[in-house]
Design a protein around this ligand. Structure first.
Ligand SMILES: N[C@@H](CCC(=O)N[C@@H](CS)C(=O)NCC(=O)O)C(=O)O
Length: 206
């Protein structure tokens, strides 16, 4: 049985959304950061970084949302959420997963940290305009990569769209805009997946 340890409204949604896309049986365990549950000895024994998502399956533990989505996708290759290892499609899939995590998410995370996530005395608001520029640059690369295609890799939704789409939802929630209508349409397409709605409902019920 798969357990996804998460916080509500966090990157853990990437893992639960992947489970929903794949029809995998899973439990979502909602931790409470305010009550110190990310720093409890039990949780730190699973993930010394004290972060979510953390996947536990019997005695196997996996962290990092991109790795978790890919691990889950590989359990059901027939679903096509991650192309077959060793193929050019798999390489492009990894390109976009890593782009999502390192190019698109990072400036957004910098903006978030220096706007509200860090304690006030650690915030450096002067970095925000640079991070906004970096985010816009990444959004332009995304628009270029999409061209007039529906999805990032091949002609079907993959885990790369899941990671990038989740990050765009985050940008919207934090009111960090992008400039390209292509990216708007893409975000609509990705974020209207029924599996995401189911993952949201599971999270709210937890
Ligand atoms: N690179 C990690 C980042 C995980 C991460 O930072 N998760 C946040 C929630 S969205 C977290 O657990 N924060 C708690 C903390 O930093 O103490 C991933 O993609 O899984």
């Amino acid at each position: 049985m798969i357990t996804i340890h998460g916080l509500k409204q966090s990157r853990a949604m990437r893992a639960t959304w992947a489970c929903e896309e794949l029809g995998l049986d899973y439990t979502f365990r909602a931790l409470n950061a305010m009550q110190g549950e990310l720093r409890s000895p039990d949780f730190l024994a699973l993930n010394p970084g004290g972060k979510v998502p953390t996947l536990v399956e019997d005695d196997f533990v996996l962290t990092e949302s991109g790795a978790i989505v890919t691990y889950l996708a590989d359990k059901r290759p027939e679903a096509g959420l991650a192309p077959k290892p060793g193929t050019p499609e798999r390489a492009k899939y990894l390109q976009w997963v890593l782009f999502g995590l390192t190019e698109l998410e990072q400036p957004l995370w910098t903006i978030s940290k220096h706007t509200f996530a860090l304690p006030e005395k650690l915030r450096v608001p002067a970095v925000i305009p640079t991070a906004k520029k970096e985010f816009l640059r990444a959004a332009a690369v995304l628009a270029e990569g999409l061209g007039d295609r529906e999805w990032l890799v091949g002609d079907a939704f993959t885990g790369a769209d899941l990671i990038v789409g989740h990050t765009l939802a985050w940008a919207r929630a934090f009111s960090v805009p992008w400039e390209q209508p292509t990216v708007d349409n893409y975000a609509e397409r990705v974020l209207s997946r029924p599996a995401l709605a189911r993952a949201n409902a599971r999270e709210q019920a937890a």
